[in-house]
Design a protein around this ligand. Structure first.
Ligand SMILES: Nc1ncnc2c1ncn2[C@@H]1O[C@H](COP(=O)(O)OP(=O)(O)OP(=O)(O)O)[C@@H](O)[C@H]1O
Length: 434
């Protein structure tokens, strides 16, 4: 098991990770999610003893990585697949790692077979494609047959067959009782691979829960309703009736309506009362991607100026920043992305009609569907024993705003490189991170 307690990392006045506490348990795949620059790699480096925490600690099986006896046999990691001596063949690269850790040469050929590189084993790795490099990095992680595995973006550059292979590999490793901690920006892939999620934003814990709980805690379920295409006035009529009844109504691209805040039977009754025939009335649950977007919007540092999601956010006062998401409660003020049509414009209510809009989009009052409550599983077994009560979270200092309190940066760890596979890193490290 990997256990972080109060883990904080500051680089000068930049707080990369703040007061992070979580456990990664054996027997399941734990996904590690967060926007660019949120501190995932920094956390993984600290787990692997490649960076020193400014405060707090992280242990593997109860020991800091650097004190683990024969660490490369217990912990395997892929942090940066490009960190390979390009002049060496794949096999020689792995052989050199194996020799450093007392791993027999036959294991090298085994892992080359596992990752499908046996035919190019004697080729120099500098000629490798991105996907081949990833496979080599994964081979290095598997070399010591470790019980604990960390993968930073393992499917980066892999083709669909490779992605499927990595998915199955992660699941198989977890099914063998190993601890598998994997970061990725591919939400669809994470939804298929991970059982549990740890989500961070701006270095802070946003969620620590099962994939299922995460989706239900951070998604606004909605209904799709379609009226006959041939009678557009029915759609207008229904939209007005639903909005008047407190529903939040948005147009879908295909002419249907997305309705939030009203149960399906109520929508059906309202349509019946308004004399509107329905061609479709179906329930929908958000995907992991939608739930993730919703949870992390306030913690995104880098965003395109033409980001379509801007159309889904409730208007903020001039100069105001989106609030940090509240752990377990999602991002206040966000409706279910992605926008149903370009710009996410709301369904246009007839001006001054009955049931005039009360919310920012002419629907329900702001926030009615914006912040679902804590997930059912929060108090369940497996909940984060370190989770902060929600009310404290908004007061947690924004990592970027902590310059005055930042203590001096820790003495540069010899391994302050993110590059766990680099031959150069090997010579500087007390332990090899693979
Ligand atoms: N050695 C360093 N010196 C100074 N700042 C650093 C250093 N390493 C990371 N940071 C900063 O810490 C923050 C977290 O970076 P990190 O690489 O851990 O994020 P990440 O979640 O892995 O991002 P990505 O998804 O883009 O890989 C960033 O703002 C980054 O610029």
């Amino acid at each position: 098991m990997i256990e972080a307690v109060g883990l904080t990392k500051r680089y000068g006045d930049k707080t990369a990770v703040y007061n992070l506490s979580f456990q990664v348990r054996p027997g399941s795949v734990t996904g590690f999610l967060g926007p660019n620059g949120s501190g995932k790699s920094t956390t993984m480096r600290m787990i692997l003893g490649l960076d020193n925490p400014t405060s707090g600690q992280v242990t593997i099986g109860g020991h800091p990585y650097r004190r683990l006896p024969n660490a490369p046999r217990q912990v395997g990691a892929l942090l940066d697949a490009k960190a390979v001596h390009g002049g060496r063949s794949a096999r020689n690269h792995l052989l050199s790692l194996a020799q450093l850790s007392g791993i027999p040469a036959r294991r090298v050929d085994e892992v080359l077979g596992v990752v499908g590189l046996q035919d190019v084993a004697r080729k120099r790795s500098k000629g490798f494609s991105l996907g081949m490099g990833q496979r080599l990095g994964i081979a290095a992680a598997l070399l010591g047959d470790p019980q604990v595995l960390l993968f930073d973006e393992p499917v980066n550059g892999l083709d669909p067959e490779g992605i499927l292979w990595v998915r199955n590999l992660m699941k198989a490793l977890a099914a063998e009782g190993r601890t598998v901690f994997v970061s990725s920006h591919l939400m669809s892939e994470m939804a298929l691979t991970a059982d549990h999620l740890i989500v961070i934003g701006r270095g802070q814990l946003l969620a620590d829960m099962s994939v299922t709980d995460f989706i239900s805690a951070n998604s606004a379920d909605f209904a799709r309703v379609r009226t006959p295409d041939t009678e557009p006035q029915l759609r207008e009529k229904l939209g007005a009736a639903l909005t008047g009844a407190g529903g939040h109504v948005l147009p879908e691209q295909d002419g249907a309506l997305r309705v939030m805040g009203l149960p399906l039977p109520r929508i059906s009754d309202l349509a019946h009362e308004a004399g509107v025939r329905l061609w479709e009335l179906s329930p929908h649950q958000a995907s992991l991607e939608e739930a993730y977007m919703r949870m992390t919007q306030g913690a995104v540092d880098y965003r395109s100026t033409i980001d379509q999601k801007a159309g889904l956010q409730q208007p903020l006062p001039p100069g105001a920043e989106p609030p940090m998401p509240v752990p377990g409660q999602g991002q206040p003020g966000w409706y279910a992305p992605p926008p149903p049509q370009q710009g996410g414009q709301p369904f246009a209510m007839p001006a001054g009609g009955p049931g005039a809009p009360t919310g920012p989009y002419g629907g329900a009052p702001a926030g009615a569907y914006g912040a679902p409550g804590a997930p059912a599983g929060q108090g369940a077994p497996g909940a984060n024993p370190y989770a902060q009560p929600a009310p404290q979270a908004p007061q947690a200092p924004a990592p970027q705003a902590q310059a005055p309190a930042a203590p001096p940066a820790p003495a540069a760890a010899p391994a302050a490189t993110p590059d766990a596979s680099s031959p150069a890193a090997d010579t500087n490290q007390p332990e090899d991170a693979r």
